[in-house]
Design a protein around this ligand. Sequence first.
Ligand SMILES: [Cu+2]
Length: 134
Amino acid sequence: MIALLISILMLTPAGHSGISIKDATVGVAAKGMSSAGFFEIVNDSDMPDTLYGVKASFADMAQLHESFRKDGMVGMRPVKFVAVPAKSTFFFKHGGHHVMLMNVKEDLKAGDKVKLELLFKRAGTITVEATVKH
Ligand SMILES: [Cu+2]
């Protein structure tokens, strides 16, 4: 009975929020350069959630960014949050939303693994292991 209770308690945090992160990647970059992170946010729950921040210990600064086009120009800018509706998937992808990683502290080489912490209003902090890719 006690063992069952403990296993339920241990299982709760992962399955409860309904938020999972898939295919997390970070671009190759030399020390001191910037990089970008991409992933899919899958919300399997009946409630919306909001991604409002990101942390990356391997970079001086990490921000949520979006890309935009205006008058034939392509740019990017920080966003304060990203809403993820119930039962939906939100894509961070090239040419769209991304995690901007300024001034990486070490060389990021293809195949390396780095950790991103994603801060959600409901789900809390979700740490994902991202694979460095070209
Ligand atoms: Cu950016």
